[in-house]
Design a protein around this ligand. Structure first.
Ligand SMILES: Cc1cc2nc3c(=O)[nH]c(=O)nc-3n(C[C@H](O)[C@H](O)[C@H](O)COP(=O)(O)O)c2cc1C
Length: 364
């Protein structure tokens, strides 16, 4: 049924404006019949951050910013869904057009700017589906005009702790001016200490919520050294590598659209983000697991990301080109690989190629 949906919807959705297509996809998912997903191969189960993931393939942040369709996405076979980025106050984001497809590159450029319904509306939606279970992470960010950005993150942790399976602290979106500066060691240290304190304060009433840090793929290795040092010393539960890039690889074919301001994602982000996963993995030394995201458009690409150091993966832009059937394709490929190589669990190959990847030439 998903394949039939893809066959009908993909050509149509790609013919219309990218943001209208996204809205239509969200609407379509709201009407998804309550099908029961095929049970995942037990070998695909992953335990990370104290959570049991039925499979390692997650929906990345930015698709369901307002928690409108997390359960439809879980029913389609995702092992987990990350909603957001949510900010305390509702925000309209940047003026349209702000989302662009680079068809021939199988890429996307976006400068959405944290458009979202705000914490109150999103919390209401998450609370009304909380009894359904499934792993739904909440990606949090600061309002553009906030006088105290750290306070925004703290408030969101306190607000969403009862309904969040995990939190992602997003300091890596290129579309909120100055936000990525929060990756600087002294600012990050202050932010993470206050976020972790907030999590501890509400733990007794709201239960445990792992805190993950999502970083940009554009950090230098010296900056990454510092970020990992801070993340480890503040005892975050994991990191997500990576957000969209402000770089534009010289290999891009859609040269006009590539000039649009914003973050690039999809296939051209694969090599850089995979390199950053490997670089992060070798620095983390097993202190916590990583989620790898960026340009995963086949089972082979997911496997490469896992061998680079990712315990779990997430996708967004490749779904625009491959359709929702990609989720099943990746899971099938991963299960087959495990079968063929006689392994019991994906954890046996996490990071197997990390050292080798860090020795390669820097991806352009
Ligand atoms: C339209 C769009 C909106 C996004 N919005 C967010 C967001 O709100 N928060 C966030 O952390 N990442 C956001 N992302 C980044 C994705 O979560 C992901 O890190 C990035 O796109 C790389 O993965 P991909 O190549 O599979 O798309 C967005 C990406 C796209 C394409």
């Amino acid at each position: 049924m998903i394949r039939a949906f893809d066959a009908l919807s993909l050509p149509l959705l790609r013919w219309i404006d990218a943001e209208d297509a996204h809205r239509l996809a969200i609407h379509g998912l709201k009407f998804l019949p309550p099908l029961t997903p095929r049970a995942d191969d037990a070998k695909l189960a992953v335990r990370a951050f104290g959570l049991n993931f039925p499979n390692p393939v997650g929906m990345a942040a930015g698709f369901d910013k307002n928690a409108e369709v997390p359960d439809a996405l879980l029913r389609l076979g995702f092992g987990f869904v990350e909603i957001g980025t949510v900010t305390p106050k509702p925000q309209v984001g940047n003026p349209r057009p702000r989302l662009f497809r680079l068809e021939r590159d199988e890429a996307v450029v976006n400068r959405m700017g944290f458009n979202n319904d705000g914490a109150e509306a999103v919390l209401r939606r998450l609370a009304s589906r909380a009894h359904l279970g499934g792993i739904v992470g909440v990606n949090v960010g600061a309002n553009k005009d906030s006088p105290d950005r750290v306070a925004d993150y703290v408030r969101l942790i306190e607000t969403f702790a009862p309904v969040a399976s995990y939190f992602t602290v997003n300091v890596s979106s290129p579309n909120t001016p100055g936000l990525r500066n929060m990756q600087q060691a002294h600012i990050l240290d202050d932010l993470l200490s206050k976020v972790i304190d907030a999590r501890e304060r509400v733990r007794e009433k709201a239960g445990d919520s792992p805190v993950l840090l999502k970083i940009a793929p554009d950090l230098s290795l010296a900056e990454l050294d510092e970020v990992v040092h801070v993340a480890r010393s503040r005892r975050v539960d994991g990191m997500i590598v990576a957000n969209t890039t402000v770089a534009r690889p010289t290999t891009l074919r859609e040269t006009t659209r590539a000039k649009e301001q914003g973050g690039l994602s999809g296939r051209p982000l694969f090599r850089l983000s995979t390199r950053m996963v490997a670089e992060t993995y070798v620095r983390v030394e097993g202190a916590f697991p990583l989620i790898g995201v960026g340009g995963i458009d086949t089972g082979g690409a997911a496997l490469t990301k896992i061998r680079a150091g990712a315990s779990l993966v997430q996708l967004y832009s490749p779904l625009v080109y491959k359709g929702l059937g990609l989720v099943e394709d990746i899971k099938n490929d991963l299960a087959l690989t495990l079968l063929r190589t006689g392994r019991e669990q994906l954890s046996e190959i996490v990071g197997a190629d990390a050292a080798a990847i860090t020795a390669e030439d820097w991806p352009i």
